[in-house]
Design a protein around this ligand. Sequence first.
Ligand SMILES: C[S@@+](CC[C@H](N)C(=O)[O-])C[C@H]1O[C@@H](n2cnc3c(N)ncnc32)[C@H](O)[C@@H]1O
Length: 298
Amino acid sequence: MMTFPPVCDYEGSDYRQNFWEGQGREYEDLSERVALRRLLPKTGSVLMEIGAGFGRLASEYRGYDKVVLFDYSRSLLREAQARLGNDPRFIYVAGNWYDMPFVDGLFDTLVQIRSLHHTAEPAALFDQLARIGRPGGSYVLEFANKKNLKAILRYALRRQNWSPFDTEPVEFIRLHYDFHPAWVRERLGNAGFKTEQTLPVSYFRVPLLKRLVPTPWLVGLDSLMQRTGSLGHLSPSVFTHNRNPSDGQPAQPGQFFACPKCATPLEDHGDSPLSCGGCGLKWKVEDGLYDFKEPTLV
Ligand SMILES: C[S@@+](CC[C@H](N)C(=O)[O-])C[C@H]1O[C@@H](n2cnc3c(N)ncnc32)[C@H](O)[C@@H]1O
């Protein structure tokens, strides 16, 4: 199905097996966890990971009462469910981040890692997140940095035609974007977020280094380099902590889901489907998966 803005569709993908498991990315995984622990408020009521995939980072969210794993791919969410078992804190929600199925002011903390690079319209996504984030809460965002050392070197040697210093995003493969930190900060600011902290992450993402240096040492060095955030960010990955806009109201107690088409709050009595009292659309809940990708006819 064609959607607009276009979506990078991971339905049925072997992302976990093909990208993470046994693929030599322990250094990246562990360095990302170090950065996340630095930026994530330790405790809270409701957290959502946007583009959570198979729930790789779910163990980092222990301090939260409710954790929404949100993704466009039902199959990856099913993998998350299988991995995390019956932990009642986790809520699995399939949907499109341009049409968030939640009431305003709901989430204390929003987390987004390794998925902004699939966003054709970051401004539209940030507007959604500003709406559903609790006023004054946190948005921890990781993005792929186009102004990284490798890109600078390749550009200097004329082996790459796009400039890492140009602030516009670069789409290097369809629906895979690298972003300039200044551009991301400006777009976040336009949506009302205030970037408070920025960490450079994964400086040592070099196959030879990863082969020669034991992973714990590389992660330790990465952790030290993350502390150089105030000096600049030339790493391939950048983590930011952003403060949600302070205006607006927190969600009313008891309200959670809202119709992604007309924004009417939905009543959830544990039945399927959830029926919208505003536009009449119905949204399926099946085996613990809330499905807001498209309305159901039954
Ligand atoms: C590279 S994976 C990252 C998964 C996870 N954050 C991690 O670091 O392991 C990107 C994820 O973004 C999701 N995604 C892409 N476009 C989306 C959209 N429009 N709405 C919701 N999820 C989306 C994909 O389904 C995929 O699971």
